[in-house]
Design a protein around this ligand. Sequence first.
Ligand code: CO
Length: 141
Amino acid sequence: MSPGEAADGLFTEVDHVAIAVNDLDAAVAFYERTFGAHVVHREVVESDSVEEALVAVADSYIQLLTPTAETSTVARFLAQRGEGLHHVGYRVKDCAVALQAARDAGVRAIDEVPRPGSRGTTVAFLHPKSTFGTLIELVEE
Ligand code: CO
């Protein structure tokens, strides 16, 4: 049995660690040059006004994020806190089920219902004020 099969919670994998950066190309070059990492996906997510580059790490990703508009929440994050860890995405089998479980447990959801994320995923965010300070994204592939 693999460690993933042994787990009996709602999380099946760390999907991605998201890092907010000012210069996406410079950040990608850093991961490529320093760690020999590879970008496997790049996408502008219009609904969030961000551009992302996914760097593969085994079955997970580093999600480098930069805003494409001043109205983006990532733009606000960079202005207030500077570059750095923005959120952690946990892979789940069923985003709606995981979101409901979190809400039933009293967690404040940012998304009332699951919505489309990048690369065809379905996602929902949980508010850091009710998750010990980390913005959590539930990711269904
Ligand atoms: Co994310």
